[in-house]
Design a protein around this ligand. Structure first.
Ligand code: PGA
Ligand code: ZN
Length: 424
C-alpha cells in the first residue's frame, strides 16, 4: 500500500527579522505529520523565484503572506492530495504546472517551497529514516564545513562595511564539532577586540558583528587578529570566505560599482578584480562569493580566469540556484561554484537538480541559508544529503542560525566515527 498525502495546511508565522513567512503542515495516510518553514532573503537576485507578498499596507507593511497561505490551503494542497509522498519530483512538478508561470509568481515560491519541504520531511518521517538519509541515500555521511559569517556588512547591517559577509572557515578542524568550537571561540575573541577598540558589538541579520570599521580591509585584518588571539593559525586551522554581494553596491547590475558605505568611491569591475588579487595574495581566502554584480557576466569570467585556480568563485545573485543560469555559467567559465538556496528556485527537486548540474561540471555547490530565517533545520540535513562539503548558516549567535549548526552536531553524533569532515 502506498503512503499518500492526506492533507496540506499552511499558516503565517514570523521569520528572524519579524517579517511574515509561510509554515506548511502535511499529514499522510499512515498518520505521519510534518511541518516546514520557508526562509526569506534581503539581498535577493533579480531572477529569483517570486516570494508572494500580500502588499496590503494595513498588515505588516504589505509583507503579509496570507495569499500564499491561501494558495497552499486552496490550490496546492488539493492538487497533491492523494499523491504518493515518495514521488517528490512528481509532486514538485505538479505544483510547478499548477503555478504555470516561469518564476512561481502566481502561487508564490514561498507557498510552493513550504509544501515541497514539508512533503520531503513527511516522506523521511514515514520511512523512519533521517531526512539527510532520505534525501542523500545510505552514503550521506559528510558533515559540511561551516562557513560562519562572523562580521556582517552591506545590506545585512547598518555599518559602513560594503562587503556583506566575512566568514570564518574552520577547514583545518578534525571534525564539525571542533570546527564550530574553533569559530565560536574566535567569535568571542573578536567581540573583545571590537570592545577594546570602542566599537559596536551589536550583531547584524546573520548574527555577525556589524561595527563601523575604517575599511573593508580592516574587517578582514580584524578577523585574522581574532583567529590568532583565539590560538588558531589563519589559513591552516581557520581560513576566510567572503561574500561581496556586489549587486548591492553596483551602480548598474552590470557594474560599475560604488563603495558607498565605506566612502571608497567608484570602481570598475577591473578595480574590484585587482583588489581581490591583492587580498588573495595577502590573506588566506579560500572562497569568494558574488565578487561582481548579477549581470556582470564578463567581470565574473575575468575574475574566475584570474583567481579561479586559487579559490572557489561562487555565483549567488547571478545564478539564483537556477539550472538555466548555472548552465550558461558552466559554458562560459563564469565561476567554479554556485550558491544553493532552496527558496531561490522554489522546490526541493529543482534544488537537487542545481546541485547535480554543478557536480557533473566539476563545480562545487555551496549550500546556504537566507538572511531571514526560521528555527527550521531542513538546511542542515539537506547539506549532508547533498554531500557538498560546506554550508553557510550565519554566525555563532542567533538561534535561527545556531539551530542548523546544532542539528549538524546531532547528525555528526548520530553517525559516530563514520562521519566525514573535510573541505575538499
Ligand atoms: P540574502 O543574503 O539571504 O539576504 O540574499 C544571503 C546571501 O547573499 O548570500
Ligand atoms: Zn550571497
Amino acid at each position: 500500500m502506498k503512503t499518500t498525502i492526506l492533507s496540506v495546511r499552511a499558516m503565517e508565522i514570523l521569520d528572524s527579522r519579524g517579517n511574515p513567512t509561510v509554515r506548511v503542515f502535511v499529514e499522510l495516510s499512515d498518520g505521519t505529520t510534518s511541518a516546514a518553514s520557508v526562509p526569506s532573503g534581503a539581498s535577493t537576485g533579480e531572477n529569483e523565484a517570486i516570494e508572494l507578498r500580500d502588499n496590503d499596507p494595513k498588515r505588516y507593511a504589505g509583507k503579509g503572506v496570507l495569499n500564499a497561505v491561501a494558495n497552499v490551503n486552496e490550490k496546492l494542497g488539493p492538487a497533491i492530495t492523494g499523491m504518493d509522498v515518495f514521488q517528490q519530483a512528481m509532486i514538485d512538478r505538479r505544483m510547478i504546472e499548477l503555478d504555470g508561470s516561469p518564476n512561481k509568481s502566481r502561487l508564490g515560491a514561498n507557498a510552493i517551497l513550504g509544501v515541497s519541504m514539508a512533503v520531503a520531511r513527511a516522506a523521511a518521517t514515514s520511512a523512519r529514516i533521517p531526512l539527510y538519509t532520505y534525501l542523500g541515500g545510505a552514503g550521506a555521511r559528510r558533515i559540511p564545513v561551516p562557513c560562519m559569517n562572523i562580521l556582517n556588512g552591506g545590506e545585512h547591517a547598518d555599518n559602513n562595511v560594503d562587503f556583506q559577509e566575512f566568514m570564518a572557515v574552520p577547514l583545518g578542524a578534525p571534525s564539525f564539532r571542533e570546527g564550530v568550537r574553533y569559530v565560536a571561540e574566535t567569535f568571542h575573541v573578536l567581540k573583545r577586540i571590537l570592545k577594546d577598540r570602542g566599537l559596536s558589538t551589536g550583531v547584524g541579520d546573520e548574527g555577525g558583528f556589524a561595527p563601523n570599521l575604517e575599511s573593508n580591509e580592516d574587517a578582514i585584518e580584524t578577523i585574522i587578529q581574532a583567529i590568532e588571539r583565539a590560538g588558531y593559525k589563519p589559513g591552516i586551522d581557520i581560513a576566510i570566505a567572503l561574500d561581496s554581494a556586489a549587486t548591492s553596491f553596483a551602480v548598474d547590475p552590470k557594474g560599475p560599482y560604488d563603495l558607498k558605505w565605506s566612502g571608497g568611491g567608484p570602481m570598475k569591475s577591473e578595480d574590484l578584480i585587482n583588489l581581490a588579487e591583492d587580498w588573495v595574495s595577502k590573506y588566506p581566502i579560500v572562497l569568494w562569493e558574488d565578487p561582481l554584480a548579477e549581470e556582470d557576466w564578463e567581470g565574473f569570467k575575468r575574475f574566475t580566469k584570474k583567481l579561479g585556480n586559487r579559490l572557489e568563485v561562487v555565483g549567488d545573485d547571478i545564478f539564483v540556484t537556477n539550472t538555466q543560469y548555472i548552465r550558461r555559467g558552466i559554458e562560459e567559465g563564469t565561476a567554479n561554484s554556485s550558491l544553493i538556496k532552496l527558496n531561490q528556485i522554489g522546490t526541493v527537486s529543482e534544488t537537487i537538480e542545481a546541485v547535480r548540474m554543478c557536480r557533473d561540471a566539476g563545480w562545487r555547490a555551496f549550500i546556504s541559508h537566507r538572511s531571514g530565517e526560521t528555527e527550521d533545520t531542513f538546511l542542515a540535513d539537506f547539506a549532508v544529503a547533498m554531500d557538498t562539503g560546506h554550508l553557510k548558516s550565519g554566525s555563532a549567535s542567533r538561534s535561527e542560525r545556531i539551530a542548523k549548526y546544532n542539528r549538524l552536531l546531532e547528525i555528526e553524533e548520530e553517525l559516530e566515527d563514520t562521519a566525514l569532515y573535510y573541505w575538499k
